[in-house]
Design a protein around this ligand. Structure first.
Ligand SMILES: Nc1ncnc2c1ncn2[C@@H]1O[C@H](COP(=O)(O)OP(=O)(O)O)[C@@H](O)[C@H]1O
Ligand SMILES: [Mg+2]
Length: 233
């Protein structure tokens, strides 16, 4: 489980202090499907980065199970993230010199796996899961935006994460391609039982989530819970 307890985040910019998160509390169960929505500038990306342990709150706590994230050493934090979380960004952040399959292998290599035939097979299987069996050797520039995002999703899957954290994964895609990527993510959640936390503007996605968190001006203004939503299905 991932939990935020009274999380504040501020950025000091010269003489101005920007309050971005103003006391966010929430719980995300392992295996849940949670949508985070809200206007641009509300603090959604900031929150996702904190939940992922890529940054630390100014005050308050982010917890992964019983661990307070900011109290973990950098090494432990990286290890937990690598082992437990898959992260997908709006801009795919693929390495341009590497092929699709090599990009997918990367988190495993970072984790200390050997660059073996078995790992390549596993990465190929991840690409197959996202519908890219025919694009294994392509470089990012030889792929469409939607395909690049699929590679990024496959890369997020390589270490078999418990939870996928996605920041506007369709934000850079046309609506049809975006809808396909969403279908893929929801399918992965349903088939692989991987938890899914998605920052999105796509109302359709938000509606099919177990839980929708509405963030406005650094605060959770609405929190439609698991039980209310499940009843509607
Ligand atoms: N590293 C940073 N330094 C200073 N201000 C930042 C930084 N990151 C984000 N902000 C500011 O925090 C606010 C929230 O940003 P963000 O979390 O990206 O919002 P959202 O993802 O909801 O659009 C914005 O006003 C943004 O300019
Ligand atoms: Mg954002």
């Amino acid at each position: 489980m991932i939990e935020a307890r009274r999380v504040y985040k501020e950025y000091v910019m010269g003489k101005v202090t920007l309050q971005v998160l103003k006391g966010v509390s929430l719980q995300i169960d392992t295996g849940a499907f949670v949508a985070i929505v809200g206007p641009s500038g509300a603090g959604k990306s900031t929150l996702l980065h904190l939940l992922a342990g890529l940054d630390t709150p100014t005050s308050g706590e982010v917890r992964w199970d019983e661990h307070v994230v900011s109290r973990l050493s950098d090494r432990k934090r990286a290890e937990f993230r690598n082992r437990t979380l898959g992260i997908v960004f709006q801009f795919y952040h693929l390495l341009p010199e590497l092929s699709a399959v090599e990009n997918v292998m990367l988190p495993s290599l970072v984790r200390g796996a050997r660059n073996s035939h078995a790992l390549r097979e596993q990465a190929t299987a991840c690409l197959k899961q996202v519908g890219l069996a025919q694009r294994v050797r392509h470089k990012p520039r030889e792929l469409s935006g939607g395909e690049q995002q699929r590679v990024a999703i496959a890369r997020a899957l390589i270490n078999e994460p418990k939870l996928l954290l996605c920041d506007e994964p369709t934000g850079n895609l046309d609506s049809k391609t975006g809808a396909e990527v969403i279908e893929l993510l929801v399918g992965l959640h349903q088939r692989n039982r991987v938890g899914l936390v998605v920052v999105t503007h796509q109302m359709k996605l938000a509606e099919s989530a177990d839980q929708t968190i509405v963030l406005e001006d650094g605060r959770v203004v609405d929190h439609e819970g698991v039980h209310a939503q499940k009843g509607k299905r």
